[in-house]
Every structure is written in C-alpha cells, then in structure tokens.
Write a new protein. Sequence first.
Length: 264
Amino acid sequence: MRTLIVCEVEKLVRRKWIWVIFLSAPFLAYTAGSYFLWLNPPDSSSSVSPSLFPMFGLRQNLYFICNIVVAVLVAAVYTEEFRGGQLRFLFLRRYARGQIFFCKLFVIQLCILMLLLAFGISLVAIGIVRLPLELPSLRSALGYTVEYYILAYASLVGISCVFSFIAMYSKNVTYAIGISLAYVLVSLLFDGLYLKLAALFSYFPYLRDLISYVLVPYMQHTGLHTALSGSESALWAIATVLIVNSFVFTWLAYRRFVADDYMN
C-alpha cells in the first residue's frame, strides 16, 4: 500500500497544473484581501473583524473555487487513467483493484489538505501585511477559525467522494468536470426549491437543516457558519450529510472501479 501511495503522489507531483494551483493560492488570498478591504475600509466601522480574515477568505472561495479545484483533481486522478486505459498496467500487478482505488482516494484527500493549508497560510500572510490585525482579537478568533477550517476540510472530503462517483461514470475528464460544475451550480442557484421543502419541517430543526444542507455546496455557503454560530441541529445535519455522502458515493465509485468491464 505504501508503494502505491508513493507512486500516486509522484504521478500527481509530476503534473504541472497541480503546481499552478498551489502557486495560485497567494494570488487568490490577495484577491480576497482586496475584497475584504473594499467591504470594510480602514476608516469605517468594520462589520467583520480583520482577525477573522483567514476564515472570511476561505468562506468566500470554499463553495465554488475550492469545489472546482477538487473536481479537477478528482477527474485527473480517476477519469483520465480510468478511461485512458493506463490502469491496465496497475491491474496486471499484484495489487488488488480495491487497494488502487483507496490509495488514489487517500492521495486526493491528502492533496486537498495540503491545498487548504497552503491557502490558509497565504490568507494569514496577506492578513498580516494588508490588514490592521490586533493581537487580542487575533487570539480570540483563532479557535473559531480553526474549527471552520476543520469543517471546511470535512466538506471538501465529502464533495470529493461525490465527484469520484461522477468521475467514474463520465466518458472523459471534460464530462467529469462539467457534470461536477453543474452539481455545484445547481446546488447554489436552486437552493430556494429545497429550502421551501425544509420550511415545512420548521418545527423539527434537525430535519429542516438536513433538507437545507443536503447538497454540499449550499452547506458550505451557509451551513458551516450556522453550525459554528451555535446551532446543534445544523451541526448534526451537516455531519449526517457528509457521512452519508462519503460512504454512499465512495461505495458506488468503488463498485465501478473494481468492475470487470471497466473499459466499457
């Protein structure tokens, strides 16, 4: 297993586009800083503390930019090799297909963590350089920010499992990325439909939140902040949705990956 993981990491590292994504983190953080300063000019009463900028910057990019990066990563790791026939060489070795599948999934989750850390460090650096941070407020915001990053990573893991299912049933990388993008856009643009359904269960907070956050991008857009604001029903609903998504879609993708007719 260790050899497989190292092999997958080496293949990923050799791809130029993954380095482009990593190097784009400071630029994206700088853009988030400019937007933050536009919303909260230094000479006005800020509605958001500058100490929360690392959380603010991630929140603004999590539900769209980060999801698209994850979709590209998953499509490259699964769909490209799966449909291109390169996996035949691995299947001829002593490794089981299940081992190969879960090693790829592990490398995807590891890469997501590294990208999230790179973006977080970039946001902290931009915050120190461009924003008037105060040490007392920075300390009080640290715990909240760390909790948000943990939930954000969990949500990216959950949506990567959804994307792995899409990737395994797509004809090529373009289809995989396109369908994943459609999933994200539908989740964000048509949220009113399932929010109306959720409103019918307003007397049952857990069920209401479960329906509201059933699609991960909208959960990232609204649910994570709600959960960290003290809503236990939102937190339990988010945990349920992520666990179900992770298990169900990983199992479906796995079944496709290990199928004998994988090239059909």
